[in-house]
Design a protein around this ligand. Structure first.
Ligand code: SAH
Length: 386
C-alpha cells in the first residue's frame, strides 16, 4: 500500500514490505532457526546468503539493520521493567505484549580454572500449574505458556540489552550485555508442559548462525513429566542435540514424601518417573542431574538420603542438593547449614556424586523457586479465575 503522505521520499522508497509467513504471521527470527528462516525469506525474494547474513548479524553482532532492510521487524518482544542485583546475580523481568511478565536470572558460576562464567536461567511459562508446595512460582498458578520467541528473547536481552552491574561498568567494557555460557530452563514454569515452544527455542539457541550455544550448555529442568521426558528423549536423538542436559526435580526419596510436596507425584509416582529417567537415551557424558530441594522437617533426614541414594544406584547422575529458599509466606525456614552438610556427607558416603547448589539471588527473590510476581499473581487470579 502506498503511504498517502510519505514524510520523506527515502522512507517511502526504502521501507520494505513486512515479511510474513504463509499464514500471514510476521516472520520472527526468534521463532525460527536459521535454516527455516532463510527458507521462509526466499518466498519474499531474499536470497539465501542475504537472509543468512541478516540472521547472523542480528544474533552475533546485535545489528538489526540487515534484517530491517529485508522487511523483518526486530522490535523487542518485551521491555525490561525491573532489574534487581545481588552481587553479580541479576534478576530481570520482561513485560510482554499482554502485560504479563517473564522473569530471568543471570547467575555467575565459579569456574574450576578460577574466574567465573554466567548461566542464564530462563522461564518457559508465566506462573506454573504444577503446584509444588515449596515453590513461589506455583503460588501464581499458570497464567500462560511463553512462545518460542519470548523464550529466545530472554537470551537476547541478557546477552545484549541488560545493563551490567555497577562494578563491572566501573571496571570498563560495555554498559550492557552479559556473556552467557550456559542456559538452564529453571525459571518460572514447567518446560515439559510447553515443549512445543521450548524445543524450537532450543533449536534457535543452538543454531550456529544464531546464539550458537552447544546443546551440552543447555539443561532442561522438569518436575518429572514422564511423557515429556520421553518426547525429549526422541528430540535428543537428532544430530546436534545429544548432549542436552536433563535435570529432574526429584525432591523426595519415596511416594509418601513426594506426594506431600509435589502434586504431580499422585498422577505419576516415583517408580514411573525413575523408569522414564532410566530409559532416557542420553549420551554417556551428557549431564543428568537429580535435583533435591532440602526442606527442614520434610525430606532432610539421613534415612531419606540413604533411600534416595538407593534409588540412584547404577544411574550415572549428579545429585544436586538445593538448600530450600523460603518462598513468600513459607511454612518452612531455610535448612540449617549443619543439616545441609550432614545430608551431603551422607550422600557422598553412599558413593553418590553430589553438588551443592548455591543460594545466589535469595535477597532479590531470584534464587531457585523464588521467581514469581505477587502483583501479577493477584491480577492473574482475578483475570483468569484461577
Ligand atoms: N518446573 C521445573 C523448573 C523450575 S524449578 C522443575 O520443577 O524442575 C527449578 C528448580 O528449583 C527445581 O529443581 C525445583 O525443585 C527447585 N525449587 C523450587 N522451589 C524451590 C525453593 N523454594 N527453594 C529451592 N529450590 C526450589
Amino acid at each position: 500500500m502506498i503511504d498517502p503522505a510519505p514524510r520523506t521520499i527515502a522512507t517511502a522508497v526504502h521501507l520494505p514490505q513486512q515479511a510474513t509467513s504463509a499464514r500471514g504471521r510476521r516472520l520472527d527470527p526468534r521463532a525460527l532457526d536459521s535454516g527455516s528462516f532463510v527458507e521462509a525469506m526466499r518466498d519474499h525474494g531474499t536470497s539465501r546468503p542475504a537472509g543468512l547474513a541478516a540472521y547472523r548479524a542480528w544474533y552475533r553482532d546485535h545489528d538489526p539493520r540487515p534484517l530491517e532492510a529485508i522487511g523483518v521487524s526486530t522490535e523487542p518482544r518485551g521491555e525490561i521493567v525491573r532489574t534487581e542485583i545481588e552481587g553479580l546475580t541479576v534478576k530481570f523481568a520482561l513485560r510482554l505484549d499482554d502485560g504479563l511478565e517473564s522473569e530471568s536470572v543471570v547467575i555467575p558460576m565459579r569456574k574450576r580454572s578460577g574466574g567465573f562464567s554466567r548461566t542464564l536461567c530462563v522461564s518457559s511459562q508465566v506462573g506454573c500449574a504444577m503446584g509444588c508446595r515449596f515453590c513461589e512460582t506455583a503460588q501464581m498458578g499458570l497464567l500462560r505458556s511463553l512462545a518460542t520467541e519470548e523464550i529466545v528473547e530472554q537470551w537476547r536481552f541478557a546477552r545484549f540489552i541488560l545493563p551490567r552491574t555497577p562494578e563491572e561498568i566501573a571496571a570498563g567494557g560495555p554498559a550492557t550485555g552479559h556473556e552467557i555460557r550456559n542456559i538452564v530452563f529453571m525459571g518460572m514454569g514447567e518446560p515439559m508442559e510447553n515443549l512445543d515452544a521450548v524445543l524450537p527455542a532450543v533449536r534457535v539457541l543452538c543454531d550456529r548462525n544464531g546464539p550458537g550455544l552447544a546443546a551440552s550448555r543447555i539443561a532442561i529442568s522438569t518436575v518429572g513429566r514422564v511423557e515429556g521426558i520421553r518426547r525429549l528423549g526422541a528430540f535428543i536423538q537428532e544430530p546436534g542435540y545429544r548432549g542436552l542436559g536433563l535435570a529432574i526435580s526429584v525432591n523426595a526419596p519415596n511416594d509418601a514424601v513426594r506426594d506431600e510436596i509435589m502434586p504431580i507425584n499422585r498422577a505419576e509416582p516415583i517408580d514411573a518417573l525413575f523408569e522414564a529417567i532410566r530409559a532416557f537415551p542420553k549420551r554417556p557424558s551428557a549431564a543428568l542431574c537429580i535435583e533435591y530441594v532440602l526442606i527442614p522437617g520434610v525430606n532432610d533426614r539421613l534415612e531419606h538420603c540413604d533411600e534416595l541414594c538407593g534409588r540412584l544406584r547404577g544411574l550415572k547422575c549428579s545429585l544436586n542438593v538445593i538448600p530450600y529458599n523460603p518462598r513468600r509466606d513459607s511454612p518452612w525456614p531455610a535448612p540449617e547449614e549443619s543439616t545441609v552438610e550432614a545430608f551431603i556427607g551422607r550422600a557422598i558416603a553412599n558413593g553418590q556424586f553430589v553438588k551443592r547448589r548455591g543460594t545466589k539471588g535469595r535477597d532479590v527473590m531470584g534464587a531457585c523457586g523464588q521467581l514469581g510476581n505477587p502483583e501479577i499473581r493477584r491480577a492473574g487470579r482475578r483475570g483468569t479465575g484461577v
